[in-house]
Ligand binder design. Structure first.
Ligand SMILES: [Zn+2]
Length: 427
């Protein structure tokens, strides 16, 4: 048909492959790869070419190649962990305005919380016990089993534990940990709680010992602290309610608290509470029964949250104190920061850590906020709105280290600990 021009037929028949290819590149673009878009396109092209040749591999060739890749993957993992450990050693994440190594692993490296937790935990274990590098490289340990061992590894029985964990499954390693650990039980195994009239379970699970706090414990915690149910529990969740093997005590362990989205607007909060909590809850329901007649649990808890937030704000602003003291001259010999100044700083910084990295990234953590003297108090920094800024505890410490050195900061922390102070307002 002479009337149909070639250019009219072309789009319908040949546009699809071109579109598919674009779609492939677009959809499979790894996280933040827009920074290296050209690189990604090249990688995608190579991948497509490799897949074409893969289909021609013999079964033996295919499994050989796969085994080789598996070996490389392990070696790469060890190398990756060493790099994370070095970032940790230099505290580089702080300089980059992340409040913790964990926040760096999620925010900068793009890992999920579970993956970030495993890698940062493993990196710190590797730094403490370099011998595990070999175990990871040859597969005697994997990321999951190494992380399971985090609370039981120590120098005195390192060889024995590594030998007993070598080549074991996740479940077997959990059993080993349960047998070795002096603490109640590995918390990331869910245990069937007594059905009713449970003995009040004031399980004093040591802070940071369980996966419900998992990414948070101590040093890794800053910034990720207040999160509920960080992902590592997901691995355990799959194993469902189980009885803990070789549990040294019969005290039920609390499952991790979880806050799970079920729609854009709705979340399901699951939290295991003690009898004392239930008793207080009944009392609060009764106290609020005029305001919330049906005693709706979500409404009652939300009211509690509002009251707590209001109290925290009031405390910050200084209860009943005149706001006029912002204008009052501050005594340069006193550490006292007038409430109105504190409040102004708080509002200016939007109740978030205002540490900014060289590239302009702002920390924005809301965890354990402290007032920071831009010019250290010890060097005459005045308590004015311009002289103060909000910092998360990690960044306040970071800047103190920079200003005064590690030794000074360690001594100050020790003093604060002895005095039972929770804020290190000492520089
Ligand atoms: Zn910060």
């Amino acid at each position: 048909m002479g009337s149909v021009h070639a250019w009219q037929a072309v789009p319908a028949r040949h546009a699809a492959p071109a579109g598919r290819r674009t779609g492939l590149v677009g959809k499979r673009r790894p996280w933040a790869a827009w920074r290296i878009l050209r690189g990604v396109e090249i990688v995608e092209y190579k991948r497509v070419m490799m897949l074409a040749s893969l289909s021609r591999l013999s079964p033996g060739g295919l499994t050989d190649r796969l085994y080789q890749l598996r070996t490389q993957e392990r070696a790469l993992l060890v190398e990756l962990l060493w790099h994370i450990a070095e970032v940790d050693r230099r505290r580089l994440y702080l300089e980059m305005a992340f409040p913790s190594l964990f926040a760096f692993a999620t925010g900068f490296l793009g890992y999920t919380k579970a993956a970030a937790f495993r890698r940062t935990t493993a990196a710190r274990l590797l730094a403490r016990f370099p011998i595990v590098a070999g175990h990871l490289a040859d597969g005697r340990l994997n990321l999951t089993t190494l992380v399971e061992l985090r609370d039981v590894l120590d120098e005195s029985r390192l060889d024995e534990i590594l030998r007993r964990a070598a080549g074991r499954t996740e479940e077997q390693v959990k059993e080993l940990v349960a047998a070795l650990a002096p603490r109640p039980a590995p918390v990331n195994l869910f245990r069937r709680l007594p059905a009713s009239s449970a003995p009040a379970a004031p399980t004093n699970v040591p802070a940071g010992s369980g996966p419900e706090l998992a990414p948070a414990p101590t040093s890794a915690a800053a910034g990720s602290g207040p999160e509920l149910a960080p992902a590592p529990t997901s691995a355990a969740a799959g194993s469902g309610p189980e009885l803990t093997p070789a549990a040294p005590t019969s005290t039920p362990t609390r499952p991790a608290a979880r806050l799970e989205p079920i729609s854009e607007q709705l979340r399901v909060l699951r939290v295991t509470v003690g009898a004392d909590f239930a008793k207080d809850l009944d009392a609060v329901r009764a106290a609020l029964s005029h305001k919330i007649p049906d005693g709706d649990l979500a409404a009652v808890l939300h009211e509690c949250l509002r009251v707590t937030l209001a109290a925290a704000t009031k405390r910050r602003r200084g209860a009943g104190r005149a706001r006029a003291d912002a204008a009052a001259p501050t005594d340069s010999t006193s550490r006292y920061v007038p409430a109105a100044i504190r409040d102004a700083v708080w509002r200016r910084d939007d109740a978030r850590c205002a540490f900014v990295a060289a590239d302009g990234r702002r920390c924005d953590s809301t965890h354990q906020l402290e007032l920071h003297h831009l010019v250290p108090f010890a060097r005459g920094g005045a308590a004015t709105v311009d002289g103060l800024a909000l910092r998360c505890k990690a960044h306040n410490l970071h800047e103190a280290r920079r200003d005064f050195g590690d030794d000074h900061v360690e001594r100050a922390i020790a003093r604060a600990r002895n005095a039972n102070h929770h804020q290190f307002d000492l520089w």
